[in-house]
Design a protein around this ligand. Sequence first.
Ligand code: PMP
Ligand code: GLN
Length: 413
Amino acid sequence: AATKTFGIEKSVWVEFIQLALEVKPLNLGQGFPDFAAPITVRKALAEASTSETNVLLNQYTRGFGHPRLVAAVAKLYSKLVGREINPQTEVLVTAGAYEGLFATIMGLVNPGDEVIIIEPFFDCYVPQVKLAGGTPVYIPLRPKKTEGITSSGDWVLDPMELANAFTDKTKAIVVNTPNNPLGKVYTEGELTMIADLCKKHNSIAIMDEVYEWMTYSGTKHVRMATLPGMWERTVSIGSAGKTFSVTGWKIGWVYGPANLLKGPQVIHQHSVYTCSTPIQEAVAQGFEIEMERFGKPECYFLSLPAELEVKRDNIVRILADAGLNPIVPEGGYFILADVRNITSKIDVGGDPSERKDFRFVKWLSRNRKLQGIPPSAFYSPEHGEIGENYIRFCFIKEDENLEKAGEILRALK
Ligand code: PMP
Ligand code: GLN
């Protein structure tokens, strides 16, 4: 293998998806719904691929994004960020948000640049920054409280620590709001603090906003691109997989000012070049339908979080009943629970050189047929300890599956 791949071989997804295939556990690991996606987009896909009048929907489409989809994305986000977004130059469609992040990081980061990554982080940011020749600079969210049931809002950045992470080499900061795995939704105040540092150090904000529609009572998703002076220095990333509950479709988008999209476009054009046409057509139609009923309760952007908030409350209760203090997420569809009440009582075995949470998650999967994800995977080696006492569960699952998980966990009490 090429030397650039050395040191980034491991992936929590490869390891734990393989384990799930072997063990066939109740799977609250990888984040995907175990119920049907909205019929609107599924029908649109069926129609796009079977249309007799528009057979070209099964052929290549425009490389930077299918015209109907970039038009829909530009229209929706123009409204959300309060400025006219050019669908030709300010939107790039990618193979999931994953490729959106990759194209953004590869297209904007030079060797020697520093990129600030807030912990816990979606794991792919780090290998992507390294492949670009950049240096990740880590800064952890720290809990104000650790006892009892807490909120993701209790996890905050230390303003001094954040300010000190910025240097004259800081090309970008990656911010994931709502956050995976913690569920933290950054407040306007927190984003402003980050924005001020970006302006001071001439850095770019790379915003991973794939869970933008999933925020719960009392919490509002704020887009960095709407803050004063930030459109010019922000690249925002979204995902059809998350927006329409179709994670297997792997379509994402990047939007931002044309000068910041240039590099990402070049990376995309020489790697993926163009994404699936019928799926882009279906996502475009999905957006058109939701824009028609925007703000109404039946709009999927409101009905999905309403449905998820009930699940969030259920899993909080289920975990609390099992003696695992959860961190109540303000957004997203993951929850962290403190597993010390279980791990203090059982010997999970495993390779002692591995972190406790990795060993516990494997034990739970193999011995109790319940799968989660070890949170230390979302930390740098220096801060992995912060995640070690937790497990991440995904709660965009049928209620009966959440209840079954509760039974398994309560039996360990
Ligand atoms: N960012 C975060 C925070 C995610 O949780 C995911 C889910 N895999 C992605 C990016 C990638 O999204 P996609 O499935 O659209 O590639
Ligand atoms: N975002 C999902 C999760 O965090 C899926 C991860 C992935 O596809 N690699 O579980």
